[in-house]
Ligand binder design. Structure first.
Ligand SMILES: *Cc1c(COP(=O)(O)O)cnc(C)c1O
Length: 368
């Protein structure tokens, strides 16, 4: 039997781990804080294990994940760095949290009491951080309730509170509100009894880290900026894109003027047109809603426009002015030539959603 070589992937995401390390350095260069690397949603689609393994070698303080499934994947892949759960847990998840010594954030007394009970039943102690709701409205104790909640939680022998955190709803949108939020968080932390027991004080996501200063925080929780996208324009911090979404031209054809392209025939050629069909679509996570918003792709050193609707598996590009293109040529959908922010803008969404929407059909290819 002859060995048939496996074909290269049709669409793939190149993940540049050297760029990831560069962006971590940029985050560290911004104030004297420890880093909780936020790796939820498979490290924003970049691949949980590969990203975590790379960052662990750089001595970060915590990994931040969204749920126990992600925490379990990190533990199973041999990660030793403490794992922090960024949101509230379901009652049925807590036993596993205690057993693995993942760090929960505490949002309610009910949650704290349940963790305490589970920990004492196992003869262990759960290390946790308390969450304060300074404006996000998603979880945590109100600032006015926090001092008494902290005192009550400290009285529970199965829990040890080693940190306090809060989250920013609009650090990339509302400077006035966010400035006040930093001030009220700092004031609250400064007022807490036995403050020195709270080793980890954290508030900033990427935008908070890049745009604001705190008197009390010791830890920042960047996500997006690690992946090379600045959430706010800040010329001083040069970030490098980590992911490049790529595919190849499958078919090149010459179509006459007046020929419709793709579903709905929303585009009809107005000149003899050389059309390249590319092997990627919304089934890979390239957003269909970019249709009509003049999306472009990058091929052989130049941008070319996409034509007609994005289909599930293929998109069509106008190659009329690119006579040198051939089937098999590489195409960048976003990356160092087309910023992911541009695709997000054309899709009417945010880069976080574009990254996390890249589907498993897209092979992640690592370098650096
Ligand atoms: C997702 C998340 C972050 C990271 O936010 P970025 O804007 O991607 O930097 C930080 N903190 C919490 C609580 C989060 O949920």
């Amino acid at each position: 039997m002859s060995l048939v070589p496996e074909s290269p992937p049709r669409s793939w995401a190149e993940i540049d781990l050297a760029a990831l390390r560069h962006n971590l350095k940029a985050a560290r260069g911004h104030g004297d804080q420890q880093i909780m690397a936020v790796v939820k949603a498979s490290a924003y689609g970049h691949g949980l294990e590969a990203v975590a393994n790379t960052l662990e070698k750089e001595d970060i303080a915590f990994f931040g994940v969204a749920n126990v499934g992600e925490a379990r994947r990190l533990s199973e892949s041999g990660i030793r760095t403490p794992i922090y759960l960024l949101g509230g847990t379901f009652p049925a998840e807590r036993e596993e949290v205690v057993a693995h010594q993942w760090l929960p954030c505490l949002n309610t007394m009910e949650e704290a009491q349940h963790f305490d009970q589970l920990a004492r039943a196992r003869g262990s102690i759960v290390e946790a951080h308390i969450t304060v709701d300074t404006g996000m409205g998603r979880g945590g104790f109100l600032p006015s309730d926090t001092p008494s909640a902290l005192t009550a939680i400290r009285a529970l022998s199965g829990l040890r509170v080693t940190g306090i955190g809060s989250h920013l709803p609009c650090a990339d949108e509302d400077n006035g509100f966010t400035t006040k939020q930093f001030e009220s968080f700092d004031t609250l932390v400064e007022s807490l009894p036995k403050r020195e027991e709270l080793t980890h004080v954290h508030l900033a996501n990427s935008a908070g880290l890049l745009g604001y200063q705190s008197r009390t925080t010791t830890l920042a929780r960047p996500g997006l900026m690690l992946y090379g996208v600045p959430p706010i324009t800040n010329g001083q911090v040069p970030l490098k894109p980590v992911m490049a979404l790529k595919s190849r031209i499958a078919v090149i054809r010459n179509l006459p003027s007046g020929h419709g392209i793709s579903y709905g025939r929303t585009f009809v050629t107005t000149r003899p047109t050389k059309v390249g069909t590319i092997g990627i679509g919304y089934g890979d996570g390239y957003p269909r809603v970019t249709t009509g918003q003049t999306p472009e792709v990058f091929v052989r050193g130049q941008r070319v426009p996409l034509l007609g609707r994005i289909t599930m598996d293929q998109v069509m590009a106008d190659l009329t002015d690119k006579p040198e293109c051939n089937p098999g040529d590489e195409v960048e959908l976003f990356g160092s030539n087309i910023p992911v922010e541009e695709v997000a803008l054309r899709a009417g969404t945010i880069p976080w959603e574009i990254f996390t929407g890249i589907t498993p059909r897209v092979e992640r290819v690592y370098r650096g």
